[in-house]
Design a protein around this ligand. Structure first.
Ligand code: ZN
Length: 134
């Protein structure tokens, strides 16, 4: 199995980073032809998802997340860390996504892009890309 660690430096408290290009580069470096590619984030206040990268939608994703989990909610974790909303947003998203690939190309749909979601930045983050051929 090919495994690669990728660093992502975020610049905002909440940020959506389109990592599609980075992931394609890793797949290329791996030399793998057909199989499954998994992306895993190693943090409790980040997430991953796949969807369209359109300016209006980018704001809509943010608005939806902050509506579902407001910044302040009388959360118990805020007594020790003041970032409960970041953890809670993380668990309603994903910490891991798997994408099939064929002929060294991710089988993403036309409008599908891979997003890394920073929920408590800015920080230096790490994600793991694992590639299984077969
Ligand atoms: Zn915390």
């Amino acid at each position: 199995m090919f495994v690669k660690n990728i660093s992502i430096k975020t610049t905002k408290n909440f940020e959506l980073v389109d990592i599609t290009k980075k992931i394609n580069e890793v797949l290329k470096i791996s030399g793998a032809k057909d199989g499954l590619l998994n992306i895993f984030t190693r943090h409790t206040t980040t997430a991953l998802f796949i969807n369209e990268n359109e300016d209006g939608l980018i704001k809509d994703y943010e608005d939806m997340l902050f509506k579902l989990v407001p910044r302040r909610g009388g959360y118990r974790h805020d007594r020790i860390d003041d970032n409960a909303h970041s953890h809670l947003k993380s668990i309603i998203l994903n910490t891991s996504i798997t994408i099939p690939f064929k002929d060294s190309k991710l089988l993403l749909g036309t409008w599908q892009r891979i997003f890394f979601v920073e929920l408590d930045g800015p920080r230096s983050r790490n994600i793991i890309v694992s590639i299984i051929e077969g």
